[in-house]
Design a protein around this ligand. Structure first.
Ligand code: FES
Length: 142
């Protein structure tokens, strides 16, 4: 009986060692969304603002013109909401208000919202590059 118990203990110890070794091969890593996002074709979006929650930005369409503005508040990183009449953005956390160009009009936010370049891919889909910033006036015309 004691010999059997010893064998089971050895099998358990070896199994635990193998399991720990396999687990070691897969480190704890946070996978974040890519900072270059390929969206749909220009005609797939309505005029006005479309919010992309995973990447936290608004795609702004005005006819054939496209721009993208970050929805990340420059104070402490909350997600801003678009003011219903389109006059700007409001942060629900500490009350910062940004005008339609992303400039701070009130509140603790230290700087304007970031604007990202929008380009067209070869397969004619919109590409938003969140690794770069551009001026609010820069836009893609399709
Ligand atoms: S996080 Fe937006 S005002 Fe503080």
């Amino acid at each position: 009986m004691q010999l059997m118990l010893g064998w089971w203990a050895a099998v358990f110890a070896i199994s635990a060692t193998v399991a720990a070794s396999v687990r070691f091969m897969f480190p704890n890593v946070l996978y974040e969304p890519s900072l270059r996002m390929k969206a749909q074709r220009p005609d797939d979006y309505p005029d006005g603002a479309t919010f992309f929650p995973e990447h936290r930005f608004f795609l702004m369409k005005n006819g054939k013109q496209f721009r993208a503005v970050s929805a990340t508040c420059t104070h402490l990183g909350c997600t801003v909401n678009r003011i219903a009449d389109g006059s700007g953005f409001r942060c629900p956390c500490h009350g910062s208000v940004f005008d339609a160009s992303g400039a701070v009009t009130s509140g603790p936010a230290p700087k304007a919202l970031a604007w990202y370049p929008v380009t067209l891919s070869r397969d004619e889909r919109l590409v938003i590059d969140m690794t770069r910033q551009v001026s609010p006036e820069e836009q893609l015309v399709v």
